[in-house]
Design a binder for this molecule. Structure first.
Ligand code: FES
Ligand code: FES
Length: 159
């Protein structure tokens, strides 16, 4: 079957097997390998992208189900080389070590801040509870998201 999926504002068309997962479509066709594939069993959260602004695990979505929806990946977050505040927050607060979980964490956090610009620590921990980081212990990730929230409150983000 042929599907067309809008990824980061660009339509991407490809012949696929009906069972192809969105994570593989994203990584293979436009080559956006910033979306990681960690488990394929909906446990790790490394594959999170935004679908119509909501975080989804792209290993739980068939590519065919994404037709007609807007997919946003980590590659679309920086604008003109300027990091998104969530990306900058991970840098400032050392929110990563190996970086494998980071794209999913950042896309999840970005969706959280878009819906709730001033989340509490509990709200951040709940938002990222579907993602596993084996390196950081989560404290720095929470601080990174708070850094982004405070930065955006002081200096609204360009969109
Ligand atoms: S690859 Fe999707 S949750 Fe792990
Ligand atoms: S930074 Fe290594 S898994 Fe999160």
């Amino acid at each position: 079957m042929e599907v067309t999926i809008n990824i980061n504002g660009e339509p991407v068309t490809r012949e696929i097997e009906p069972a192809l997962l969105l994570v593989h479509f994203i990584r293979d066709t436009p080559g956006l390998t910033g979306t990681h594939w960690g488990c394929d069993t909906s446990n790790c959260g490394a594959c999170v992208v935004q679908m119509d602004g909501l975080p989804v695990k792209s290993c739980t979505v068939l590519a065919a189900m994404a037709e007609g929806h807007e997919i946003r990946t980590i590659e679309a977050l920086s604008i003109d080389g300027v990091l998104d505040p969530v990306q900058q927050g991970f840098h400032e607060e050392h929110g990563l070590q190996c970086g494998f979980c980071t794209p999913g964490m950042i896309m999840t956090a970005r969706a959280l801040l878009d819906a709730n610009p001033d989340p509490t620590e509990d709200e951040i921990r709940t938002a990222i509870s579907g993602a596993i980081c084996r390196c950081t212990g989560y404290s720095n990730i929470v601080r990174a998201v708070r850094w982004a929230a405070e930065h955006e409150a002081a200096q609204p983000r360009r969109s």
